[in-house]
Design a protein around this ligand. Structure first.
Ligand code: PLP
Length: 438
């Protein structure tokens, strides 16, 4: 049946013409079971599906949306931009303004090259690091996600973690031969053949794992001693945890930054940033090639600039405080129902780990500890119990929650109370009793 009014009808149509019915595996319900709903539109913290149902959205495009859906300032900036033309293949005013806005907010970041996705930003940062150092090896951390390019899927978080993949089919052995995967939160030995160390300065693709005190500073020191470049992948954290990113908050300055998500205001964008002396190695001023037909796209740069201009330090501080309160209430509400859970926060990033009844959830320090406490079946039950109550969480246990500027205290309270009921369903299922409300 191709019923244009139901989620199942739309998903059936989707699976005919789109592999797995989704254009990114993190959107599929394969980890939680069932059929994803199909979105028609969103406003603020809400999304609506083809059946007219409304959901409180804690996915927010996996962090690309900071102000909520269809924020009037972003919509207005886009309407103005679209009327002026959507792409030129020539330098534009908007890309200069977004580049200036980024450099002005991130100390030490003197130049950026704009691209169309976080994946591209990371690909270019790695190539640049290799070109500058004349070395091949790269060090990444287990459970960190850096986009879907060949050399970086090894030990990847996010969808790679959710689907339990070691990497991906179709990646030649030679491509990952120079990728070394090490545990998060431990400063590794950096050999003289290492071009760069890439890290999520707050890991947000293996649920949420904040850096231990001294970890980032230790990486900085180890890279300096080895002559390797340090790359902060701030595609999630950049302009979400604060004006600038974790580099500003931690006082550790990397050689290269990767940005994406927030800086495009919900449109496709990415950026590689760094010192002028390093960035000048990119073509056309240097020998490291990189290009893109839609790079610095006028719509994406207009939306991103509108978002960056709208939020300042005070706003971020308020958002982080609201998220911290939300996190505490969420953990209490779930725990009161008898389901052990741990909620970690870093700024406005919220990590929810659902454990097993009768077992404390240990504080996660790396991918291994996250995996050892994560009960996929508990998350599945919890996820659907929340969805029935009109709250949409990411359909996998390794993502973080993204309360943003559109989520008011009333909406967050709604999530907290739904979570208590959902937790009770999980516990009831475990004790063999039929879950209530089914
Ligand atoms: C999302 C993400 C990427 C990839 O960005 P895309 O725009 O999806 O290509 C890279 N690194 C991190 C840390 C991310 O969260």
């Amino acid at each position: 049946m191709n019923d244009a009014t139901t989620n199942s009808g739309w998903f059936e149509r989707a699976t005919k013409v789109i592999p797995g019915g989704v254009n990114s595996p993190v959107r599929s319900f394969s980890a939680v079971g069932g059929v994803p709903f199909t979105v028609t539109h969103g406003t603020g913290p809400w999304v609506f599906d083809v059946e007219g149902r409304r959901y409180l959205d804690l996915v927010q495009s996996y962090g690309a949306v900071l102000l909520g859906h269809a924020h009037p300032l972003v919509t207005e900036a886009l309407q103005k931009a679209v009327a002026r033309g959507t792409s030129f293949g020539m330098p534009t005013v908007g890309e200069v303004q977004l580049a200036e806005a980024i450099c002005a907010r991130v100390p030490g970041c003197e130049q950026v090259r704009l691209v169309s996705s976080g994946t591209e930003a990371v690909m270019t940062a790695i190539r640049l690091a290799r070109g500058v150092t004349g070395r091949d090896r790269l060090v990444k951390f287990d459970g960190c996600y850096h986009g879907h390019s060949d050399g970086l899927l090894a030990g990847g978080g996010s969808g790679v973690a959710t689907l339990g993949l070691p990497g991906s089919a179709g990646v030649p052995r030679g491509t990952v031969a120079d990728t070394e995967v090490v545990p998060y939160n431990v400063v590794p030995e950096i050999g003289s053949e290492v071009a760069c160390v890439i890290v999520e300065p707050v890991a947000a693709n293996m649920n949420l794992v904040p850096p231990k005190p001294g970890f980032l500073a230790g990486l900085r020191r180890a890279c300096d001693e080895a002559g390797a470049l340090l790359i902060f992948d701030e595609v999630i954290t950049g302009f979400r945890v604060g004006s600038g990113g974790v580099s500003t908050a931690s006082g550790v300055t990397p050689d290269l930054w990767c940005f994406g998500k927030v800086i495009g205001g919900g449109l496709p964008v990415g950026a590689i940033g760094g010192r002028r002396e390093v960035l000048s190695n990119l073509a056309p001023s240097g020998p490291v090639y990189q290009a893109g037909t839609l790079s610095g796209n006028p719509l994406a740069t207009a939306a991103g600039k509108a978002v960056l201009d709208h939020v300042g330090d005070g706003d971020y501080a308020r958002l982080s405080a609201a998220a911290a309160t939300f996190g505490r209430d969420l953990e209490t509400s779930i725990g009161a129902a008898g389901l052990p859970a741990r909620v970690s926060c870093f700024g406005p990033l919220v990590g929810l780990l659902i454990g097993s009844p009768g077992r404390d959830v240990a504080e996660p320090v790396d991918y291994e500890t996250v995996r050892s406490v994560t009960r996929a079946d508990a998350y599945r039950t919890f996820f659907h119990a929340m969805l029935r109550r009109g709250v949409v969480l990411p359909p996998g246990p390794y993502e973080v929650l993204f309360p943003g500027f559109a989520h008011g205290p009333d909406e967050l309270a709604l999530v907290v109370s739904a979570a208590g009921e959902a937790a009770a369903e999980v516990v009831a299922g475990w004790s063999g009793a039929p879950p209530p409300g089914r």
